[in-house]
Every structure is written in structure tokens, then in C-alpha cells.
Design a protein around this ligand. Structure first.
Ligand code: MBD
Ligand code: FE
Length: 308
């Protein structure tokens, strides 16, 4: 076989045609992207001498497992790469400061109940299994000014590592809330300390990960969307320190500045304020938002999300 089969005139011509280069109609940018992706795929098939059965097997596997594409994006580092790239673009523009971003993951659900200042996230079903958690803090801008009425959307797993909505055994919006910060930018919630997530056993993501010698586990974490008028939308998470997977996350989302200390002794005054007696887990964490330079930066990506 020819060296560099993809570079032969025959295959280059095929790439031109299949990507619509010889057509006036269509989107030029999309044509260029499709040409690159198909060319890279052809080169991969050639380099690894993939058989027809391997190629069709992969296509069929993807088609059958496409319900987990959100998990593939997390586990195959695509989500992490988009963050690395966003960070690099910011650095190139001299944009610094603020709470680091980290991936959204595929388990956000729009429409969670909204509250002012404080919310209890859990429905009580994990009482006696989960450690009670009170997390609180302030939302500020990079200059330290509190952001009154900032929107704090929070979601996390239960003591089995499962998320409501996707786990039909939980009540609607269990462990999901939208909290509007008070006039000082302060938010607080009561919940239970989550447990790490594991990819669904027998699913397509787990199948790929096993085949390449990896696991599909995430350390315990809590997700946030933080937003405020005039500021960049922040997608982030905090990790629960001490988790065995803290630095072995299958989605590569752990970041040094997102591992707040957990005070397991409780804190009498704080507990009294929210009707919780010691001991409980306390996490104090402030979110710092960068100023937006255009309106689009104030919104989350337009990624498809579940809504209930
Ligand atoms: C999760 O809970 C999660 O946060 C990610 C990124 C992927 C799968 C499950
Ligand atoms: Fe998660």
C-alpha cells in the first residue's frame, strides 16, 4: 500500500468532494471542519490498519451507546479540553482572577426550585446515611465587591452517588436548587455530603473505559452555575477533600483551588441558625466572578440540558 494513502490525489479529491468543497452552497467553515475530521479518521484507519469489522464495530458501538455521549465527553477528556482551551484563551487575553471554571458534566436539570439566601437541598431520604452538610459563602467580583442577588445554582449526588431525575427513585429536584444570594452576596444551603459518581455498569462509557484499562469514577463533588448581571457565567464544582478519587477523576475536573477544607466538627452558631445540631460538615466557599465584556459571556453554553 502507498505510504500516506490519505495524501494521494485520489483520497485528497475524495475529501474535497465529501466535504462539499466543489459546491457553491453550504457553510465554508463546516466544510473545512468536516474535511479535517474525515481526513483525520481516514489517517487513523490507515495508521492502525483498522479492519472493516473494527470500523463498523466502532460505528455500531457509538450508535448503540449514543445515549451516553455526555458521559463520553466527560470521560474522554473533551469537556476538560474545552476548559483547558478556555483558560488558555483567557490567559492570552490577560484575563485572570476569579474562581476557576471546571466542567459541567451531563447531569444538570433546569427548573430547580428557587429560594432567597438559603435552601435545604435534600428531601430527608438520606437522613442517617449522609453526614449533614452546611455550605455557605459569598459571591463577589474580582475587586471584592459583594454581588447582591447573584444566582447560585447547585446540584449534587446522593449518598449512593446518584442524581435526581436520572435516578427515578429520588424525589423531583432532590439535591438541586437555585439560590439567590442576599444583599451582601451571601448564600447558604443545608444538604448531605455527597458520594462520588460511577458510570452506569454495563453502559457504553464504562465499556470503553474498561477496554482501555481505566475506571469510570468521580470523586465526591458539588456542581455550581454562578451568575450575576454584568459578570461572566461561571460553571464550576467543589470537591470533598479526602475522597480516594480526589486526584483520580475519570472526568479530570479536580482543580487545586476547588478543594475547600471540610470542618467535620460542626459550628454551633451556624447550626443553630439553620436548625442543625453538632456535629455536621461545614464548608465555607466564596465564588468570585469576572466582569463580562459582552452579554453572551453572562450565559451558560447552549448545550442541551434536561429540564423538568
Ligand atoms: C457526573 O456527576 C459528573 O459530574 C460528570 C462530569 C460526569 C458524570 C457524572
Ligand atoms: Fe457530577
Amino acid at each position: 500500500m502507498a505510504e500516506n494513502l490519505v495524501n494521494t490525489p485520489e483520497v485528497q479529491g475524495l475529501l474535497d468532494k465529501l466535504s462539499g468543497q466543489d459546491q457553491a452552497a453550504g457553510d465554508a467553515r463546516l466544510k473545512a471542519v468536516i474535511r479535517r475530521i474525515m481526513g483525520d479518521l481516514f489517517a487513523t484507519i490507515d495508521e492502525f490498519d483498522l479492519t472493516d469489522n473494527e470500523v463498523w464495530g466502532a460505528l455500531n458501538y457509538a450508535a448503540a451507546g449514543s445515549g451516553e455521549f455526555g458521559l463520553w465527553a466527560a470521560g474522554l477528556g473533551l469537556e476538560r479540553y474545552l476548559d483547558i482551551r478556555a483558560d488558555a484563551i483567557d490567559a492570552g487575553h490577560g484575563v485572570t482572577g476569579g474562581t476557576p471554571r471546571t466542567i459541567e458534566g451531563p447531569l444538570y436539570v433546569a427548573g430547580a426550585p428557587e429560594t432567597q439566601g438559603f435552601a435545604r437541598l435534600d428531601d430527608g431520604a438520606d437522613d442517617g446515611k449522609g453526614e449533614v452538610l452546611i455550605m455557605h459563602g459569598q459571591v463577589r467580583d474580582v475587586a471584592g465587591k459583594p454581588l447582591a442577588n447573584a444566582k447560585v445554582e447547585v446540584w449534587h449526588a446522593n449518598t449512593l452517588g446518584n442524581y435526581s431525575y436520572f435516578d427515578q427513585t429520588q424525589s423531583a429536584f432532590n439535591l438541586r436548587r437555585t439560590i439567590y444570594a442576599d444583599s451582601e452576596g451571601r448564600y447558604a444551603f443545608r444538604s448531605i455530603v455527597p458520594v462520588g459518581y460511577a458510570c452506569p455498569p454495563g453502559g457504553s462509557t464504562e465499556g470503553i473505559l474498561k477496554a482501555i484499562g481505566r475506571h469510570g469514577n468521580r470523586p465526591a463533588h458539588i456542581h455550581f452555575f454562578i451568575s450575576a448581571h454584568g459578570h461572566r457565567h461561571l460553571t464550576t464544582q467543589i470537591n470533598i477533600e479526602g475522597d480516594p478519587y480526589l486526584h483520580d477523576d475519570f472526568a479530570y475536573a479536580t482543580r487545586d483551588d476547588l478543594i475547600p477544607p471540610v470542618n467535620h466538627a460542626g459550628n454551633g452558631d451556624l447550626g443553630a441558625k439553620y436548625g442543625v445540631s453538632d456535629p455536621f460538615a461545614e464548608i465555607e466557599f466564596d465564588f468570585v466572578l469576572q466582569a463580562a465584556t459582552d452579554a453572551a459571556e453572562e450565559d451558560a453554553s447552549t448545550r442541551q440540558r434536561a429540564a423538568a
